[in-house]
Design a protein around this ligand. Sequence first.
Ligand SMILES: [Ca+2]
Ligand SMILES: [Ca+2]
Ligand SMILES: [Ca+2]
Length: 723
Amino acid sequence: MRKANPQSIAKSDPFALLCSRISALCRSFVDSTIRVWAARLEVRWWTSTPRGLPAWGPRLFPAAGILLCVGLCPGAGFGRSPAENWYQLPQSRTQSAHRAAQPLPNSQSGLPSITKVEPPSWWAGHTINPVRLLARGTNLAGARVRAANPAIRVSGVFVNENSTYVFVTVNINPSAPPGSYPLILETRHGQTTIPFTIEPPLTTKTHFQGITGDDVIYLIMPDRFANGDPANDAPADAPAAANDRKNPRAYHGGDLRGIINHLQYFKDLGVTALWLTPWYDNWNGVNTCDKPWCPNTYYHGYHAIDYYAVEDRFGDMATLRELIEKAHALGLKIIQDQVANHVGSRHPWLKDPPLEDWFHGTLAHHTLNKFRNSVLLSPHANQEEFRNTLDGWFSDDLPDMNQEEAEVARYEIQNALWWVGMTGLDAIRQDTIQYMPRSFIRDLSNALHRQYPKMWMVGEVFERDAAQTAFFIGGHNGWDGIDTRLDSVFDFSLWNASLLTFTNKLPMRALRDQLKYDALYPDPLRITTLANNHDTVRFMSLDGATLEGAMMHTAFTLSVRGIPQLYYGEEIAMEGKEDPDNRRDFPGGFPGDKHNAFSASQRTADQQRMWQWTHDWIKLRREHSAFRHGRLIDLFYDDDAYVFARQDPNDAADTVMIGLNRSANAKNISFSTARFGLGFDDLFLHPLIGRPEPILEKKSVALTLPPRSALAYVLRGARASSN
Ligand SMILES: [Ca+2]
Ligand SMILES: [Ca+2]
Ligand SMILES: [Ca+2]
């Protein structure tokens, strides 16, 4: 059996070694060149040429360096920080860490075979080059791997102890055209091929668009939204009990086709981006036990058994690509739910991991996460609690991936980019992100942005403490010296305050009191402001909930700073207690539904009132940049009311004011117009929602806020408005 030997890996491919050396030189070259140029520009050296040198002389050295870096070794680590360990060949691996867990029978002789290649495809000219393949098979002991086509080079071949996995580094010539590039794997018993293709890249004009404050995100659980293809409801290997609409923990039949069929619904509502819970392939079976939560299935998608396949009940890769193309054609973006922290316990890796340290522990021997999450924030945490929170399993059936193994980190980073490249999706929601090392979050973020500059990832840090969520957003260094570069985090602390406030458990001033902790964020406009999600009780099922409360919560979510995220069905005031009750089927999405809430004419009065309200506040965001990009100014707050402005720093003329009154009575308030900071005393308030006529305010704003409602105005200077 071939053992991993870092030196021999490097020596086996002199080109790879040369490129890695050039890569290191490139990094220091870029740094020093920028410094030298900056200094020279200061003394105007660029405009004069030193005596004895031709005019192009000073430019020659930098130009040659750039050619060497970009031309000779494209993608050979250029621009990558030396701290990004995942990209290095596994030089620090110790052989002892790589003993496979259990010996498999009949794996030491016979013809080699390959059953799975991950990733199965890649791109020429990609920022990750070489790419590291992981192939599963049998009888791989002593494997040698070569490329049939000289456009790709192979190095770093490593076979695991059970001879069931081979790692192969593949360097792709940037000019290699798309097509099939099989690798030949040989042992002393025979040979087989590792299928591998180079894909044509998707255009960046319409794909990989990222998310900004201009977006409104809408979260969908595909199994529960709409069943557009009954033919995929019952896969051949699935027991009948797995598909049962009466069981809230079984599959209900919703799928990607169902979402495609309702794209116009999202356009009509006004949302701009769809976040789908995971579409990785999950186990088709049913878990049985004598507990109330059985029988159950993985209809929610968070228990992947294949990081490189689409759930067969939801559709296939072609349907997913069709969904994304059709969504893009309507101006809708797609957000993938990725789960790098763990896989499902039915994943083949559990019986035969590629490396002994692939997971933190095994099915039989692992620790459970005690969820002492604050130890991830505190600089004073002890290692036992800290490691438990990072390495402990989320539950006994969610094995925890070990991203501190460079092969795992590399596998997962490549996997994240593969989905983006294959489908053209626009953004990623990363599940349970805080349970992974911060250095890994940084490396993943960097790799995404390097290839797709607009790419956007939001992390789930499910904490009601803003200090903890702010610690994980990118744009600032934590006490550990790490900037995660993470684009966004969900604002669970403000979500919590809003739910409590609009169900009368906290005074209205609690909203302002929570928002003051925006001081912890490098840029509050980048926070994702959730209204609710699939893990939380729906608003209408909270104690103290009213339709008016839900409407104020929605208006607040859509008008406060940040990128709003709605949860399917809340726009028609759906009810639902804890998971899985909060994941009921959208009415009208399933064959035989008597009531179709996709159609305005079939909605109840309350459903339509909520739908129209949600639609109208989304429309305000679209029409006024201040809602999307403006700074927030507290204007008035007490037990019953909160009034704030949003002011676009690039367009002070577009200042909006939002007033929320929770009490059962109309409320009269007043405050000085100076609070807007606009530089004039008199202004007109033009109603955006609510009153029909503009109001002229002189020096002081006097407002009557109607009971249990929200108002919005746009401000105009009195002189400008009277023209
Ligand atoms: Ca279906
Ligand atoms: Ca499946
Ligand atoms: Ca973990």
